[in-house]
Design a protein around this ligand. Structure first.
Ligand SMILES: [Zn+2]
Ligand SMILES: [Zn+2]
Length: 445
């Protein structure tokens, strides 16, 4: 189903969706007010915690630029062998009069629908991150141990928080409608689907977590790393393509290997892949987590998702099957047309054959010959190339008169022998002797 129309520029978007203005304004005002409470102010001062300030602006600029960057990368480099989900309209093939014309490549990434509207909402959602301007963070980590400790704690908590809120959002209908339905308008996501969200969803699934950890003393470098890397990761997870096996320039690594190295602490928890989140968008249920798979496995909602490129193989097999059926149908029609052209088969078969002659009884076994039947069957099963070769042979034999014999038998069998009422007639027809020069019934086999 196509997504509802979205405003195609930011002015129109803000006029229609006021929550993207007053929501973050309220969040920022509330956060600022809390930081000015005497006890909170003293706590922040004691721990040298300062607001993120202009870094929030830098992050928004980065996130918007990367959204368009990853989108552009996908337009150029997303190939069908990396594609996770089919997005060819169902039964498109049937609409084509010429089936061979319908053997077109699958739709490209660039042909996805409502991209402009999704891009506008993405920018609006990212702009709400300006809230972080007033959010206080602790100074950079004093040791690798501290960095890693905070990183693991933030990653695991955020994943669990996302899992629970996301699962409830799917299981409680009013909550789904209020918070998460917008994100699921895009069953075949692209990069701009990652932040194709309502503000309330963005606040609950991201900003609430950041605020909680910030006031708990999150070092600013851990926040930077998580937010910047997480933003890139979520675009790729929504791209609809798996770029994991893509070789990185200069480094002797694939993108997937680099991600594993950078996120080594997540290995015991299993990494959520683009294929798994794509499955969530396609099927609606399963794979609720943000980063790791262990919670979905634990609660029975895990699904491995699609294998990248499988959909292309299925698509090609389906097209081949349909083309083959179409060719077989055309061959059958062509064979019938040729049969109709044979003068001996027009009018009464009886008069053309002299079927009641005593000699005809002697040739019964010969006229029932399997090769004569096989010839007709082969025509209907052969490829176009086979048909052309066989057609030449067919013409030659017709010239010699031998073809009349074989084709006539096949034609009669098809026309009469399946009909109960005409079974006796058919038996009599089997006694028809050959027309034209007598030769081997294997001539066309
Ligand atoms: Zn969902
Ligand atoms: Zn999603």
């Amino acid at each position: 189903m196509a997504a509802p129309a979205e405003p195609l520029n930011l002015d129109a978007f803000y006029r229609k969706h006021h929550s993207f203005a007053w929501g973050p304004a309220l969040a920022a005002a509330g956060t600022y007010a809390v930081t000015k409470l005497p006890k909170v102010a003293a706590y922040l001062d004691k721990n040298s915690m300062t607001p993120w300030g202009m870094e929030a602006v830098h992050y928004v600029a980065f996130a918007v630029a990367v959204a368009y960057g990853v989108h552009g990368f996908c337009v150029v480099h997303a190939t069908p062998d990396k594609q996770i989900q089919s997005f060819d309209p169902k039964n498109k093939y049937k609409e084509h009069a010429n089936k061979e014309e319908a053997i077109t490549p699958m739709k490209t990434y660039a042909e996805r629908e409502n991209t402009q509207g999704a891009a506008v909402r993405t920018v609006a959602a990212l702009m709400t991150s300006l809230v972080y301007y007033v959010v206080p963070f602790a100074p950079v980590s004093q040791s690798w141990g501290a960095f890693l400790g905070w990183l693991v704690a933030l990653s695991l908590y955020w994943d669990a928080h996302f899992f629970v809120a996301h699962k409830y959002a799917h299981e409680i209908a009013p909550l789904y409608k209020w918070m998460h339905k917008k994100h699921h308008e895009r069953k075949q996501p692209d990069c701009f689907s990652a932040y194709y969200v309502t503000y309330q969803s963005h606040f609950i699934l991201e900003q609430a977590v950041v605020l909680m950890f910030a006031f708990a003393g999150l070092p600013v470098d851990v926040f930077r790393w998580t937010l910047y890397y997480g933003t890139l990761d979520t675009y790729l997870k929504h791209s609809g393509y798996e770029f994991g096996d893509m070789k990185l320039p200069v480094l002797p690594l694939t993108f997937s290997q680099l991600s594993t190295i950078l996120g080594f602490y997540g290995l015991p928890f299993g990494f959520e892949t683009p294929g798994q989140h794509d499955w969530h968008h396609e099927k609606f249920f399963a794979n609720y987590a943000l980063s790791f798979t262990y919670l979905d496995r634990l609660f029975g909602s895990y699904h491995p998702g699609r294998v990248p490129g499988q959909v292309l193989k299925d698509h090609e097999a389906e097209i081949a099957k349909r083309v083959e059926a179409d060719i077989a149908k055309r061959e059958l029609e062509a064979a019938k047309a040729i049969l109709d052209e044979i003068p001996e088969l027009k009018g009464s078969p009886k008069s053309a054959s002299g079927a009641d002659s005593p000699k005809s009884e002697e040739s019964t076994a010969e006229t029932e010959s399997v090769p004569a039947r096989a010839t007709y069957t082969k025509l209907s099963e052969a490829t176009v190339a086979d048909f052309e070769v066989q057609g030449k042979a067919f013409d030659e034999y017709r010239e010699s008169g031998q073809i009349v014999y074989n084709v006539r038998i096949a034609y009669r069998r098809r026309s009469n022998c399946g009909n109960r009422r005409r079974r006796n007639h058919c038996s009599r027809r089997r006694a028809i002797g050959p027309i034209g020069p007598q030769s081997s019934p294997n001539a066309l086999s």
